[in-house]
Design a protein around this ligand. Structure first.
Ligand code: PLP
Ligand code: COI
Length: 337
């Protein structure tokens, strides 16, 4: 393989050598199959195509200073895919099958795992969808579980430099009692026009408010939101927010560092009281937020052009654990051997 320009990789798709597939048919899962094709042969009436019976996950493999490849909280991704699929009435892969497929996909593409300190990682994308045919609106009887990998650079080109975001008031990514709390493709389809509008106006992404009252902060397009004030890490609680594994980890690390943690409804008006703000997620890691624009009153909340001290401490500790440079006291890391 040609040597990749690891330091300049975009967050995008690149062909790797192999992917893993597994079919659910006749009420049972088959065995994991290795494929070198980037394509699937899909039934024209598959429910994943017509009725959005589709869920996915995202996690990363990290190469440490010791050369070993680590996965971060893979089991939590497995459980979240189960939660997402169960809500959409799908057959779901057991946790062990999910873990085995992820490890296999990473192992088979080992030479695509970027070197330590390159700033790039191997992104792992597990995907599950209804592959069986239906025309009435009902769950499929057959499902396909796929895991592919692709080496990626930072989600936001700036990396650990602040990005500007725009509050979205004229569309919602998820309904109050809808699917915002699970990782279904439809949430992302629903977010595309607001994201395009934010980007057209020069913002990296949008910040969604609660769909019912537009009074509380929900989350960003591809990541959870947090604010910092008075040595406290504050992150919104809402049914419409995806329970981010990164955010859960940051809450635990904040406590380890003696930073207080509050997970509760956060009113838009509270934005003016934060000393720091950030987005967090597998792809975003921690991406500090520089400015938040509220189009309702043309207001700009400004958190500065550099990452704040608390965000920086949390970022450094999270990265150190993911790469094996700090002790994994919570038991979050597993190895691909
Ligand atoms: N929120 C949304 C809408 C996301 O797509 C993601 C990415 O998975 C996150 C938050 C962050 O979740 P995690 O930290 O589990 O990657
Ligand atoms: C992730 O952080 O893994 C995501 O899935 C976010 C986005 C790429 C959809």
């Amino acid at each position: 393989m040609e040597l990749l320009d690891w330091k300049n990789l975009p967050f995008g798709y690149m062909k790797t050598d192999y992917n893993i597939r597994c079919q659910f048919k006749n009420n049972e899962w088959g065995s994991l199959e290795v494929s070198s094709s980037e394509y699937l042969n899909v039934h024209i009436a598959a429910t994943g195509l017509h009725y959005g019976q589709e869920v996915f996950e995202g996690l990363k493999a990290y190469r440490g200073r010791d050369g070993k490849i680590r996965l971060f909280r893979c089991r939590d991704n497995a459980q979240r895919m189960i939660d997402s699929g169960v809500y959409l009435q799908m057959a779901v892969p057991p946790v062990e099958m999910f873990e085995e497929a992820v490890v296999k996909a990473v192992k088979l593409n080992e030479h695509f795992v970027p070197p330590y300190e390159s700033g790039a990682t191997l992104y792992v994308r597990p995907l599950l969808f209804g592959s069986g045919a239906q025309v009435g609106v009902k769950p499929a009887k057959e499902y396909l579980f796929v895991v592919f990998v692709t080496p990626v650079g930072p989600y936001f080109k700036t990396g650990f430099k602040p990005v500007d975001v725009m509050i979205t008031r004229d569309s919602d990514r998820a309904a109050p009692l809808g699917t915002g709390n699970i990782k279904v493709g439809g949430n992302y389809a629903a977010s595309l026009s607001a994201a395009a509008e934010a980007q057209r106006l020069g913002y990296s992404t949008c910040l969604y408010l609660d769909a019912k009252e537009k009074k509380y902060i929900d989350e960003c397009g591809p990541a959870n939101f947090f604010g910092i004030k008075n040595n406290t890490y504050i992150t919104p609680a809402s049914h419409s927010i995806l329970p981010s594994i990164t955010n859960k980890s940051l809450m635990a690390l904040a406590e380890d560092l003696g930073i207080k943690v509050e997970r509760r409804p956060v009113e838009v008006t509270e934005l003016e009281t934060f000393e720091e703000a950030g987005e967090c997620g597998t792809a975003a890691v921690i991406t500090p937020v520089g400015k938040i624009f509220d189009p309702q009153n043309n207001r700009i909340y400004d958190y500065g052009s550099e990452a704040g001290p608390v965000s920086t401490r949390l970022y450094s500790l999270l990265r150190a654990i993911q790469y094996g440079d700090a002790e994994d006291t919570h038991g979050w890391v597993s190895f691909v051997e």
